[in-house]
Design a protein. Sequence first.
Length: 401
Amino acid sequence: MANVKHTKGVIAILTGGGDVPGLNPAIRAITIRALREAYKVIGIRRGWAGTIEIIRDPQADNSQNFVELTEEVVNKAGRTGGTFLHTSRVRPSTVPQAEVPLHLQEDYAQESNDLTDEVIKNLDYLGVDMLIPIGGDDTLSYAVQLYKRGVKVVAIPKTMDNDVPGTDYCIGFSTCVTRSIQLANSLRTTAGSHERFLVMEVFGRYAGFTAMLPTMAGAANRCVIPEYKFSIEHLAELLVYDRRRNPSHYSVVLVSEGAMFEGGDMVFEDMTRDAYGHAKLGGIGDQVSVRLKELSPRYNHGKTINTINQKLGYLVRGGDPDAIDSIVPMAYGNLALDLILQGLHGRLVVLKNGRYDNVPIEVVVGSKKQVNVEKYYNIERLRPKYKSFEMLPLFIMTSDA
């Protein structure tokens, strides 16, 4: 398969980082359009991992590293969630020695190894003319490195946290918000039956959009987000107040996984770090739940209020995409092809102010996208604030990159 050329060239697609609903529709859109424009399309398996594990030998079995994409293949997967190309959190510029592919271990024996040269050679071996990575800021930050090394890249933003800079919308966010609202509505029947606090931990390492939007939509009374360290005493007081005003005697709080207590720091399941330096978050919802129960008598005439504690986690990331995460990926895929047909690269396809567009890919590493606390978050009420929705984008607070 070395140096295969088609009528117009070869496009490679990969998906990196966490899976989200909407990835398969994006792969489908790119593939169908590219094939009709006379390109050959290759799917790289397991994100950046596939790019380092390719063996540049026509006799080698690389079926686990890449696959040729056809309309039949992508049509079967295009309506489903997850990514049929699979994914990983591998970063080729910092590969631990134990994770270096066997056929490269003689040449790369350091504690941390930069395999970028191998990635570029492998893409050349496949005859790739254009690479379309679909991912969050971690996956795309490595795509920026490749672009600076001369690889032609057109990127598509994906992450449930909706925190890729430069775009109002990342694939996966709408389904995450939809599922969070659905699950909150399901769990509130139990919270009401037992007259408890309902604590739900949601995604959001550095940005609180996944807690803010469901709360604004009425799924919760309060939310705590990574951008503002909160007082647990104040949260307890507010939730007791909310519970007292509710005829069913319960109240609900959404807790971003990256939220922090006043004077504290992020809570981790353990300190094992991925290739991008992130330890696995988890446990802030548990801690909030315990502390709310302990503090509740202080604001509830001496009586304890029990809690229902649920980490939504993979429940919001699994399954089929909703309507927006079926339509936007289709549009993003076609936008990527538009750029390729124009001979443009080094771009990120985006939604800005309700319109599809593209921006330089370097925006991914040039800034951070977080909730503007002063503008959108009421620190006294621990919930979203707004004065007017006029001329705001679809998801209200997502235009601040």
